[in-house]
Write a protein that binds this ligand. Structure first.
Ligand code: HEC
Length: 111
């Protein structure tokens, strides 16, 4: 019985992460961010599925409390990762301007 309740809790936990906002419903800024993601991040990260590519899937990144590393999932921490990289992830701050970064962050909140 205990196992059954633990399992249903886990399943409920996963299901409680809402799906990404449909692409057709993105605001112009979020849509720009989606384009930035596809150019800069998509080769290593899945955004709309849970597939593991070179890096962990980012689907639901801001809908969970923690990033894959265990760090809190907040704007500062994610921006830090983008700008300075992390282990096998290269620093990418010099490949994007502030507008790209803002748009990207807006998109990440929708996935
Ligand atoms: C060359 C492949 C590569 C690219 C390009 C890349 N990443 Fe990553 N990323 C990784 C890898 C590998 C990790 C896992 C790092 C680790 O924790 O060891 C990672 C981890 C992350 C994490 C989790 C950090 C944590 O604390 O757990 C975030 C968030 C992230 N990447 C966001 C992005 C975003 C946004 C972009 C696009 C601007 C991007 N990444 C581009 C490879 C990449």
């Amino acid at each position: 019985m205990i196992w059954v309740s633990a399992l249903s809790l886990m399943v409920a936990g996963c299901k409680s992460i809402p799906p990404p906002t449909p692409l057709a419903q993105l605001t112009p800024q979020q849509a720009e961010g989606h384009a930035v993601f596809q150019t800069k991040c998509g080769v290593c990260h899945a955004d709309r599925t849970n597939d593991l590519l070179h890096g962990p899937a980012l689907r639901g990144i801001f809908k969970k409390d923690y990033l894959p590393s265990g760090a809190p999932a907040n704007d500062d921490r994610v921006m830090e990762t983008i700008l300075h990289g992390r282990n096998m992830m290269p620093p990418m701050g010099n490949t994007m301007d502030q507008q790209d970064l803002d748009d990207l962050l807006a998109y990440l909140h929708t996935i």
